[in-house]
Structure formats: C-alpha cells, structure tokens
Design a protein around this ligand. Sequence first.
Ligand code: ZN
Length: 167
Amino acid sequence: MALREIRIYPDEVLRQETKPVEDFSKDLHTLLDDMAETMYEANGVGLAAPQVGELLRLTVIDVSDEGDTILEFINPVITKKDGKVPSEEGCLSIPGYRDTISRAGIVTVEAVNRHGEPFVTEADGLLAICLQHEIDHLDGVLFIDHLSRLKRDAFKKKWRKQMLEHA
Ligand code: ZN
C-alpha cells in the first residue's frame, strides 16, 4: 500500500468528470487500498477518487468510532433521498475550513463492490451525509458549492488570503 497525494482546492482535477469503473482487476484493488490508507493517515472519514487525482467513480468511507470499518462504494448512485438536516462539514481537499450546509437525512445508494458485485445501502446519520459529500465529488461538486452565495464569497476571500500567506 502507498499514500497518495491529496489534491487541494482549487486543483482543477476536483472539478473534472469521472468515468464509471469497468475494470475490477488488481489495479482497482490497489487504488482502493491506497485511498483507505491515505484517508486514515489524514484522519478523514471519506475520500473520493478525484481527491487523489483519479477520475473514476469510487469512494472509500469509514464512519466507525474505531476507524476499522472501511466501506467501498464503486459506481455509486443515490436512488432515494429523504428529509433535510443541517450538516457541519469539512473536506480533506479544503483543509482547515468547516461550514454548515443542508443535506438529506436518509439516502439509499446502489453501488458495486471491488469485485463488481451489486449491493444496496440505506443510510442515515453520518454515513448518509458522508455518502452525499463523496458522491458529490464524483460529479465535481464540493461542499462549498452548497453554501449561500454570500457565504461562498466569504469563503473564497478567506481561502485566497490563506493561500497567499502560505505561498
Ligand atoms: Zn470532500
């Protein structure tokens, strides 16, 4: 296993289109293992392939207390959404910034596992939030895109300042 470089906003790769996974061979398993290791190393609860520069539709998630239950969603599709909850989120690609947006409270997701076998997950709580956040990444969408225009402009100003300070 190897750590992958996490791409940081405004890296263009975070906005690009991703392709469905069609090859379920060893290369895919290596990528999934690397992504899990990278996510744990960064203390994240989810990581989507574009965040490590891979334009594929897959994500790894671990919302367990112990950090020992890796979930892999390949070619995931949200087939049902219910309710509305406030969600305070951050993103490994936008380090140091958190804000509250609105998400569905319950989601149903259809996906396949690393062997290409289909499964269905119905989730609420943190897993539901995480699935929406990560599947957004596969469509080039970041959580800051869900902020009001006012808040988003404030974020951009703050981010620019932070980037300049660390340049
Ligand atoms: Zn993210």
